[in-house]
Design a protein around this ligand. Structure first.
Ligand SMILES: [Zn+2]
Length: 393
């Protein structure tokens, strides 16, 4: 009997030493629901909340007051319609309890049912009804990057807002469009004339800087089984792309060539110091949900960026189109991601490609596969060359 008991406790110790999510019960929609606890980190700091964030069917939901306070956003709650208006910098997000319709600056956006805001009744640490909102959707809408560690159930939001001063690019204004944009950083709206060039002028060889996302102590997203890290896939693919560009006579550089940490703010600095006409950052996506898959490419719109003098979307669109053509993956589109540090702080044309979801088993297996990596490399290569052929003179 004693033997059985000690064997049992050994098994218990073994199983608890593996990192599984803690689960707890909540009342959602009148039903007692078992959810998995999620640790939310904002810029490396644990979110200050008595009520645990959780994931029930894939998406992480967080208590509205705690998350908005920590992001520095303002919330207005309308009890009659059960809707919240969250305001942060230039974004106004309106969400309603149990509604998959969200308004972002007045534009209707549909969210997944697992992402819908909910009332949740906690019994721990005290009985309280909390308004729960989707962490990833909100953070990304406000332009923040969200990482997911599926092994440890940690969702991490990076908000670092500080901008480093960078000299403004010297670009020949021969072929410019005059456009207007509103400078909303002042309380009064001020009209500013901004020049945005469609094309890049290059004297001689185009310089390309490739940026393999993460590295060293920063592993980026990690696969559910803990075996594959984003930093490894990004480096493998970036190196192959670098080789292909070198073979074809391009002036190409990398922000890192080994598994080392490179500060996020250092990456755009390297691009600017190098005078790289093109900056391409390579990442692997991740979601709390195992479903999402596909490729997306981000850019920082020149009109809302003081540093940029060249239109940014053509590079992202060219890469997106070419990646989908080569891989046949689901297209999530070329998207504006103006708050991403590496995009907003680079002077010239920049794009950030998310090549697939590490959280999707099928896509993860593809991304580890040599043949599929070659397709990704060809997609990136052809996208770059198409852009250079059409937009660099
Ligand atoms: Zn990444």
């Amino acid at each position: 009997m004693k033997k059985v008991f000690s064997l049992l406790s050994l098994l218990l110790v073994l199983s608890s030493s593996r990192v599984y999510a803690e689960s707890f019960n909540l009342n959602i929609d009148g039903k007692n629901t078992n959810v998995n606890e999620v640790n939310v980190e904002i810029d490396g700091q644990q979110l200050n909340t008595d009520f645990k964030a959780y994931t029930a069917s894939g998406s992480t939901l967080v208590p509205i007051r705690e998350i908005t306070e920590s992001l520095g956003a303002k919330v207005d709650w309308d009890a009659k319609t059960k809707s919240a208006t969250i305001t942060l910098s230039e974004k106004i997000v309106k969400l309603q309890i149990d509604s998959s319709v969200v308004y972002v600056n007045g534009d209707k956006v549909f969210v997944d049912t697992s992402t819908m805001p909910k009332f949740a009744t906690y019994s721990f640490p005290r009985k309280e009804v909390k308004t729960m909102v989707p962490l990833r959707f909100l953070s990304e809408t406000f332009g923040y990057e969200v990482g997911w560690n599926g092994d440890k159930y940690i969702a991490s939001v990076i908000t670092k807002k500080e901008e480093k001063k960078v000299e403004s690019a010297s670009i020949d204004f021969s072929e410019k469009e005059i456009v207007k944009y509103e400078n909303k950083s002042e309380s009064k709206k001020e009209e500013v004339k901004k020049f945005v060039s469609k094309k890049i002028k290059s004297d001689g060889l185009v310089t390309i800087l490739l940026d393999a996302g993460h590295g060293g102590s920063d592993s980026g997203a990690v696969s559910v089984d803990g075996k594959t890290k984003e930093k490894e896939l990004t480096l493998e693919i970036t190196k192959k792309l670098n080789d292909k560009l070198l073979e074809n006579g391009y002036d190409v550089h990398m922000t890192r060539e080994t598994d080392k940490a490179v500060d996020l703010y250092k990456r755009p600095e390297i691009a600017n110091d190098l005078g790289a006409e093109i900056f391409l950052s390579i990442h692997i996506n991740s979601s709390e949900n195992s479903e999402p898959s596909g490729i997306e490419v981000f850019y920082a719109p020149a009109l809302s960026n003081k540093l940029k003098e060249v239109e940014q979307s053509p590079l992202a669109e060219s890469l997106q189109k070419s990646l989908i053509k080569e891989t046949g993956a689901i297209s999530r589109g070329a998207k504006a991601g103006g708050r991403l540090v590496v995009l907003k702080n680079t002077k010239n044309v920049a794009a950030l490609a998310e090549l697939g979801f590490i959280s999707n088993k099928k896509e993860l297996d593809l991304m580890k596969d040599e043949d599929y990596q070659e397709k990704l490399v060809n997609g990136l290569y052809n996208g770059l060359i198409d852009y250079i052929d059409n937009y660099v003179e």
